[in-house]
Each structure stands twice: as C-alpha cells, then as structure tokens.
Ligand binder design. Structure first.
Ligand SMILES: [Zn+2]
Length: 233
C-alpha cells in the first residue's frame, strides 16, 4: 500500500558462503572476540555478504545502515555469551544498527536479572539442552532475520511507524523500543547520514550538531572524520 514503507527484503536468503577453511563447524569453540585468523577471516567475509543480502538495512528496524562501520553491528540473535556454540552459526548472525543492538542488549540484561541466565530472547523450553541449533521459527520470541518473513509480522507505515501483525512482531517492536522517541530520533540521524556520500558526509554530520543533543552526535562526526582521513576524497 502507498502509505507503507517496504522493509527492503523479506528474510535473509540464501546464507552467505563462509570463506574456505573457516566454516561454522571449524569455528565451534572459538571465542567471538578471540582474534584468531580463522575467526577474523570469517567475520571479514560475512559482513559485506550480509550487507548485500540485507540491502544495507538493519535486520530489525529495516532502516538503512550507517556508512560508519562502527555503527553496523554483527548481531547474534541467540546471545553469544549463553549460546557460545552458535557464535559462528551463520543462521544466528545478521547485521543490525547500533540502536537496535543496544536496545536488544539492554533487554537481554533485564531478562538475565529477572529470570534464569539461560533464558534468552528465544523460547528456551523448546531448545532442550541437546546443543542443537533451533532452526525453526516457532522457537523465537522475535522476528528472526533468517526464519521469519518480516512483512508477515510487522508493517512499517510512512514516518517509520511500526505496527505488529503477530506476537513476534509485537515483541520485537517493544524490545527494540521502536516507539521510544529518543531512539526514533537517533535512528533518523543515522538514516540521514546513511543517505549522504562523499564530502557531503562531513557537512551532514556537522549539520546534525545543530540539533539539540550535540554530545551524542559528536561521536558520529569523529567517526566520519576518521573515515575520511583513511580514505581521502
Ligand atoms: Zn535497527
């Protein structure tokens, strides 16, 4: 419908190919931030592949991802600290914006305080403790970027207003705080920067400083300046 914003892609498909020697089985047991060459190769090949498959959009809010690499996060749908065996499972990985990633981490911390640490954003009861990766979308409380067709669960109306169609859509809208005004503005700011290229990027970032929250914007400006320093324009 004309007043709806298209989410860009329905779900991530096909899976990005892993680099040779660094498939997900070879990486079971590796720490995510361990710095091994195998792990680094995996991450370095995954990010550009996912950017293309996701049409440069966040797997949750579906806004365009920032050109600043630091604002594009490799998101673990199942928390890597709890489900470390699935840290490199490609079906557990997607790219999210920093705003959604932070909101999800905050929600996860709340869940850890109020319930058993082993309960995550997924329905733990359906996992069993057999260590098998849950590849069925009924196992998840959120819209899963690989297993759910986004448009069947969430409608995005013009002005980035989110409407849930199902319980998993509703849970994601609540937990990612799509209705939080400060987060809406932060996503707007990243989206404006995402649509600006080349020399205009610095000007756009500086222009954002005219907005009320100068300090929160300062980081974006510094990131942009660093990027330009490394890639002369
Ligand atoms: Zn997002």
């Amino acid at each position: 419908m004309a007043h709806e914003i298209h989410p860009g892609y329905s779900q991530i498909s096909p899976l990005p190919n892993p680099p040779s020697q660094a498939d997900e089985d070879a990486l079971v047991g590796y720490a995510w931030s361990g710095g091994s060459n195998l792990a680094n190769n995996f991450k370095a090949s995954l990010k550009p592949a996912l950017l293309e498959l996701q049409q440069r959009r966040c797997c949750y809010c579906r806004r365009l991802l920032s050109p600043n690499d630091q604002d594009v996060h490799i998101e673990h749908v199942l928390e890597k600290h709890v489900y470390s065996d699935f840290s490199y499972r490609r079906q557990n990985l997607a790219l999210s914006c920093s705003i959604c990633n932070t909101a999800k981490n905050k929600r996860f911390a709340e869940l850890k305080q109020t319930r058993s640490p082993s309960i995550t954003l997924a329905h733990h009861a359906q996992f069993g403790m057999d260590g098998l990766f849950p590849a069925d979308n009924t196992c998840y409380r959120w819209v899963h970027p690989h297993f759910h067709a986004y448009e069947q669960h969430v409608t995005i109306l013009k002005g980035w207003v989110y409407r849930a169609k199902t319980p998993v859509g509703s849970q994601m809208i609540d937990d990612c705080e799509f209705r939080n005004l400060a987060k809406i503005e932060a996503r707007n700011r990243l989206a404006r920067l995402a649509m600006t290229k080349g020399p205009g990027l610095i000007l756009a970032a500086l222009a954002e400083c005219n907005q009320a929250r100068k300090l929160t914007v300062l980081r974006d400006v510094v990131d942009v300046l660093k990027k330009v320093k490394h890639k002369p324009i």
